[in-house]
Write a protein that binds this ligand. Structure first.
Ligand code: CMC
Length: 447
């Protein structure tokens, strides 16, 4: 008996034509361009893959972040998130994400110096900031001001120049806490605070946020450390919505500030970085422990979502949520217990036992406890997604750099399945529909 060696390929039979196609398998995936060979005629375009929301489509090959959603594993450049959270600092982790390896002492010192010396913004930025209404959402301000950085640094357009890329990286990581704090102080009507070089990255951010009349702001070391760890936990998460936005916009060859403004806009949404704010809104709405069962019932009836629960990739406890839960207790030792913690713990307890959540593999994600910590630290609700954005900047930058250097990448341009009207002739004004019944006949869509 002859045994044929297994081939690393997929054989597809097109039942419309009876033809079969052998498609190579590489890294457990097929190149969907191979499907285009399956045609019913010479003029046929060929088969397309249909995948709204990219549930099963890899958009790139990446060496930055590894996630195993079933096992609850997250690693940056191979290092487990638990070890980085315990032993690293945010700036060191940023170096790791962007450069691929942990820095030695000297490299870390130079990196830190370079970022610290890029924390100031152009004086005109304050005028730009002042143009926003007093009640503008800080995340909207952040999207606008990051986009505006491209006008202050036109040299950032030179994306194929490695030295230019390095400079924009320092500028972006250095300036994001400054812009974030300015957006908060603008909404409060407080004067802006200049960066303080003597403080750590997170300590300086706390100073720019909360410094009042004191000469030197001294951050609480527990809160400073907690914020640093929260930034590490948010630093990258492979091809999520905002990283994909950065890559899609960056694929047009635009400067990194414009691409990162797009990522920031994607993060603003309540299903992504806006979820930590939505968690607190939800806890406020629930109000007390005795209302928790009723709320869970309404979620199960499809009347809303349990915010801070569920994830596209994690079908297990989000490893970041575990670390954040521990930090929450350390922070509450300093600030006093957030009164909504008990409601959150009860929601988690019930959800982890309830078949609705268990069968759908819905577990707490990174946003479930982070909002409680931010609130206890004194950040207003609308600053929560901004804090997420500060942490995510090194991830966005590393994804952008990887893409710029990847010869296989092309401008992002998905296909569509067209289900609209066939060709038809222009209708003169007097013959167009006048009422709803006619509109339906003419197939007019409502917004
Ligand atoms: N509460 C109640 N039901 C949920 C939830 C939730 N939070 N999340 C998903 N489901 C249900 C959903 O209704 C659906 O049920 P059915 O099969 O009966 O229709 C099923 O679970 C699958 O949901 P899905 O919307 O198809 O899942 P998805 O992978 O497209 O969405 C998600 C992932 C994160 C958008 C979603 O779980 C969600 O909306 N969660 C709440 C918002 C949130 O916490 N977002 C932060 C995500 S972590 C931070 C980040 O990386 O951005």
């Amino acid at each position: 008996m002859t045994v044929t060696a297994p081939r690393n390929s997929l054989t597809i039979v097109d039942n419309r034509t009876g033809k079969s196609y052998e498609v190579p398998i590489e890294y457990g995936s097929i190149n969907t361009m191979e499907l285009r060979k399956a045609k019913v005629s010479e003029e046929d375009f060929g088969l397309l893959g249909y995948d709204p929301g990219y549930l099963n489509t890899a958009s790139c090959k990446s060496r930055i972040t590894y996630i195993d959603g079933d096992k609850g594993i997250l690693r940056y450049r191979g290092y487990p998130i638990e070890q980085l959270a315990e032993k690293s600092t945010f700036l060191e982790t940023a170096y790791l994400l962007i450069k691929g390896e942990l820095p030695d002492k000297e490299r870390l010192a130079v990196w830190t110096y370079n970022i610290r010396h890029n924390t100031m913004t152009h004086a005109n930025m304050t005028k730009f900031m002042d143009g926003f209404r007093y009640d503008a959402h800080p995340m909207g301000i952040l999207v606008g001001t990051i986009g505006a950085l491209s006008t202050f640094y036109p040299d950032a357009k030179d994306i194929s120049n490695e030295e230019s890329r390095k400079l924009q990286v320092r500028r972006m990581i250095g300036k994001i806490p400054t812009l974030a704090a300015m957006s908060f102080r603008h909404s409060m009507g407080f004067p802006y605070v200049l960066p303080d070089d003597d403080l750590s990255y997170s300590g300086n951010f706390l100073s720019m946020m909360f410094k009042m009349t004191e000469l030197h702001y001294k951050p609480n070391p527990v809160l400073e450390k907690a914020l640093d760890v929260l930034f590490i936990l948010h630093a990258d998460h492979e091809q999520n919505c905002s990283a994909s936005a950065v890559r899609a916009v960056g694929s047009s060859g635009v400067d990194p500030f414009s691409a990162i403004a797009a990522g920031c806009a994607a993060l603003y949404g309540p299903l992504h970085g806006g979820a930590n704010e939505a968690v607190i809104q939800m806890l406020i709405k629930i109000g007390s422990l005795d209302k928790v069962p009723e709320f869970i019932k309404s979620v199960k009836a499809g009347e809303g979502r349990l915010m801070g629960f569920g994830h596209r990739v994690y079908k297990n406890y989000d490893p970041r949520a575990k670390i954040i839960k521990d930090i929450a207790f350390q922070v509450f030792e300093e600030t006093g217990r957030n009164p909504m913690l008990d409601i959150a713990l009860e929601l988690e307890r019930i959800a982890l036992e309830d078949d609705y959540f268990v069968s759908r593999k819905l577990y707490p994600n990174v946003d479930f406890y982070s909002g409680l910590i931010y609130q206890a630290m004194g950040f207003p609700l609308d600053m929560f997604p901004v804090l997420f954005a500060i942490g995510r900047v090194p991830g966005w930058l590393s994804q952008w750099i990887e893409q710029v250097k990847d010869g296989e990448q092309k401008i992002s341009r998905p296909r569509q399945i067209y289900l609209g009207q066939e060709k038809r002739d222009y209708i003169p004004m007097e013959q167009r529909p006048k009422n709803r019944l006619d509109e339906e006949k003419f197939g007019i869509c409502r917004l």
